[in-house]
Ligand binder design. Structure first.
Ligand code: SF4
Length: 174
């Protein structure tokens, strides 16, 4: 077993202690650097960083970042949820490491939509109907998977279909 144990730390975001959601950091007892590309390959990391090494997952509205000696999870409901996620990740890390002979390591994240490709399909009138100050802001949100073709009321059917097709090529969440 590569990752044998960790020490969990739970806290509220310092920027706004009144936030209801919790953050969690797990301090890992073992260094899992070498397992990161295998974990990325098996779980489909959203982003992969080579230096320093880290892999990020976006799962059900949470961002989980796995570093060599630390796992960070945000937007947690409670401590029980933190425990479930950390136990699941420990299993996944150890399984990926055990099976490393069969897994092709992956050193990249998922492909991302291009902001300008999205912008090209929008009316570019900055009409505010979507609640965003400009089409550029809308495009940036769509590139992150927060908005989609249904959120721009000014799109005609043809452009709506094209934007839907373009965005469907990318995975935003698991
Ligand atoms: S509704 Fe569409 S056209 Fe209007 S600002 Fe938003 S993205 Fe641009």
């Amino acid at each position: 077993m590569l990752l044998e144990s960790y020490k969990k730390e739970i806290f509220r975001p310092e920027c706004n202690p009144s936030f209801q959601s919790l953050h969690c950091i797990a301090h890992l007892a073992q260094d899992i650097t070498d397992a990161l590309p295998y974990l990325n390959a098996t779980l489909g990391g959203f982003e992969y960083f080579k230096e320093p090494p880290a892999v990020t997952f976006r799962i059900h509205g949470k961002i989980i970042t796995v570093h060599p000696r630390e796992i960070a999870v945000n937007a947690l409901k409670d401590e029980e949820e933190a425990d479930k996620i950390l136990q699941w990740l420990q299993r996944e890390i150890n399984e990926a490491w055990e099976r490393r002979g069969e897994i092709k390591p992956k050193y990249e994240g998922l492909p991302k939509p291009k902001l300008l490709e999205i912008l090209k399909l929008l009316p570019k009138t900055n009409c505010l109907e979507c609640g965003q100050p400009t089409c550029m802001v809308f495009a940036a949100l769509a590139a992150q998977g927060v908005k989609d073709e249904e959120d721009c009321p000014a799109l005609n059917e043809e452009k709506k279909g094209l934007l839907k097709t373009y965005l469907s090529r990318f995975e935003f969440d698991v």
